[in-house]
Design a protein around this ligand. Structure first.
Ligand SMILES: Cc1cc2nc3c(=O)[nH]c(=O)nc-3n(C[C@H](O)[C@H](O)[C@H](O)COP(=O)(O)O)c2cc1C
Length: 196
């Protein structure tokens, strides 16, 4: 009774949502990805910096190049998922900051003039947005399979540039046969939450 979100939506987004390891061949359309982004772009980031960048790997040629950089156990699902997205952090997000955070346009120079400060902030905030993205995929009735088991430098060189840091690769689609590993336990509230 404490949650206002419809119980069916709670199940869709969390309780019944699982990390998929196999997929059907039903395509994931541009319209679906756009709807997901247009929802999750409202998730909060520091100074509204929104540093997440999404590279959709759609062509067979690009998919082959990506699979080579995946850990062996991740290769079959990355090769067969209907859509794969490379999520990265834009370390030069500050260029957009005056437009994205008009309340304090000086933030670009006051806080983010130095690259190390930008990298730390971009990684944290793009990771937050990656989480929003995964929940958005679920909101579209699809399953996500996020992975960090890959050669980060290899993926950066192959698909990105020095200004972008890869965060994770996400398989997206409808779950196929035997899509799930057994559900692992979660920590209980009292193991995680302290009150001071
Ligand atoms: C950031 C991140 C990285 C992950 N990397 C991998 C990976 O490289 N390979 C893999 O098979 N699963 C990977 N996983 C999947 C997790 O093991 C899975 O989401 C977790 O055990 C929860 O599973 P469930 O959603 O089915 O309960 C990753 C998940 C996240 C969020």
């Amino acid at each position: 009774m404490s949650l206002v979100l419809d119980p069916a939506a709670q199940d869709l987004l969390f309780r019944e949502a699982r990390t998929a390891n196999t997929f059907t061949d039903e395509p994931v359309t541009e319209e679906q990805v756009q709807a997901i982004y247009d929802l999750v772009k409202y998730g909060p980031t520091a100074f509204n910096q929104t540093p997440l960048r999404i590279t959709l790997v759609r062509s067979a040629e690009a998919r082959e190049r990506l699979v080579q950089h995946m850990a062996e156990g991740n290769q079959p699902k990355t090769a067969s998922a209907p859509l794969v997205a490379i999520l990265s952090a834009d370390n030069e997000f500050h260029e957009e900051l005056p437009a994205l955070f008009p309340a304090f346009p000086q933030a670009k120079d006051v806080f983010f003039a130095e690259r190390p400060a930008r990298e730390g902030s971009a990684t944290l905030n793009a990771a937050l947005q990656a989480a929003y993205f995964i929940v958005g995929v679920r909101a579209a009735g699809l399953a996500a399979g996020p992975m960090t088991g890959f050669d980060f430098e290899g993926v950066r060189k192959e698909f990105l540039d020095d200004d972008h840091t890869p965060l994770m690769v996400v398989n997206i689609g409808r779950p196929g046969p035997d899509a799930w590993y057994p559900r692992s336990p979660r920590l209980a509230y009292e193991d995680v939450v302290t009150t001071v």
